[in-house]
Design a protein around this ligand. Structure first.
Ligand code: SF4
Length: 383
């Protein structure tokens, strides 16, 4: 497999999206945000182009931006187009106010890399492109990736960002001496909309861990491929997904012709929402009644109350917990500890994310599908 890091992260977000893009090779139109981001990347590439005899001026870059601006992308939505254009100009002005291209020592721009990853007999490749590589005054390197997203992550997320470690791996793949000599490499995300740069530094152990993580993720893809079971996984990025019309999570919304029994189902959906609403109200009422009766029983030292329709008895049911270490001490020597423990999948998942790759791998291998239940989650349309 030859995959870009973006494809790998698509797989993690939604396996179906990965399958449609990487295996079925279905092309989707580029979003407005992606086109906007590419133009800003192009502007900054031009600004820092090391082949230039003279450094680029702000005016020159702004003119480039204006000339390349494509109004058609916004399909007649003038307000949106004008806002995006002004935002692009503001971003470039802010950027130039804080960065002087003449001062940067550029090693390369838009540098492609390939990281080989061996998995059993298979040789895979992870590819990527680094926006900018600088040489810093202390002889170390800085990798800069420009971002045009609105949200800025916490420093903790940047420190744990696998993409940045992959860029570092890409750099040492291009120039192995950097790793051999253990030279410091700063990896930065430059959030253009906020004019803020968040940086982190990776250790040799981080690189080792990232290599294992890549193997782990490629192994997961191989497993999905073998089972040919690509589940759609709704997520915060669905709104920008170009495969909505093909995705079982959204296809109904995009169906060009009404599906059989559509009207009946529409009616059922309406009634289902109503039913849930009534059930919610009844639940609230039930809690109120229980509280009233409980107070009455407490006040009159009773455990049972009588009405016309019958009586209600209060029962106190104790719930106990056991010290797991002590139970283990008793049960393990008898060889019966496994009988009484139940693994909490949610807690295990959380703990696994902090474990080293071999442990995560062993946990992943221990996982088996026990049963599949179907739930119906109701999401009310925003009014
Ligand atoms: S719309 Fe969401 S769930 Fe469907 S394929 Fe795209 S990312 Fe996955």
């Amino acid at each position: 497999m030859r995959l870009s890091y973006t494809a790998l992260s698509d797989f993690k977000t939604c396996p179906l999206k990965f399958k449609l893009a990487q295996i079925d090779k279905i092309k989707t139109p580029r979003s407005k945000d992606a086109i906007f981001g590419t133009l800003l990347h192009d502007c900054l590439q031009l600004a820092f182009d090391p082949r230039r005899a003279l450094p680029a001026t702000e005016e020159e870059i702004l003119n480039y931006f204006k000339n390349k601006w494509d109004r058609e992308v916004y399909q007649g939505n003038e307000a949106e187009e004008s806002m995006a254009f002004s935002s692009g100009v503001a971003i470039l002005k802010d950027f130039f106010a804080r960065n002087n291209p003449a001062e940067a020592k550029i090693v390369d721009l838009e540098k492609s890399f390939t990281i080989p990853v061996a998995l059993g007999q298979q040789e895979h490749q992870i590819t990527g492109k680094i926006d900018r590589i600088d040489k810093l005054p202390d002889d170390s390197f800085e990798i800069i990736d420009y971002k045009t997203t609105k949200k800025m992550p916490s420093q903790q997320l940047v420190d744990n960002n696998l993409q940045l470690t992959v860029y570092h791996l890409g750099l040492v793949q291009l120039w192995p001496k950097i790793e051999e000599e253990n030279r410091p490499v700063k990896v930065s995300l430059y959030f253009l909309k906020h004019d803020e740069k968040l940086s982190t530094q990776k250790t040799r152990d981080d690189l080792k861990e990232a290599r294992l993580r890549l193997k782990e993720e490629l192994a997961a893809i191989e497993k999905y491929q073998a089972q040919n079971n690509w589940q759609p996984t709704p997520n915060a990025l669905c709104d920008w997904c170009g495969f909505k019309h093909l995705c079982p999570m959204f296809r109904h919304q995009f169906s060009p012709v009404p599906l059989p029994d559509s009207d009946k189902i529409k009616d059922v959906i309406g009634q289902f929402f109503q039913l849930k609403e009534e059930a919610k109200k009844l639940k609230i009422k039930e809690v109120e009644f229980k509280q009233l009766i409980d107070r009455f029983l407490e006040a009159n030292s009773l455990e049972r109350v009588f009405g016309e329709e019958g009586f209600i008895t209060r029962r106190k049911i104790p719930f106990y917990s056991f010290d797991p270490a002590k139970i283990k001490d008793v049960m393990e020597p008898l060889g019966r500890f496994l009988e009484v423990i139940k693994i909490d999948s949610a807690k295990l998942k959380k703990a696994a994310s902090t474990l080293p790759a071999p442990a995560r791998q062993a946990i992943a291998e221990a996982k088996k599908l026990e049963r599949e239940s179907k739930t119906f989650q109701l999401t009310k349309k925003k009014s």
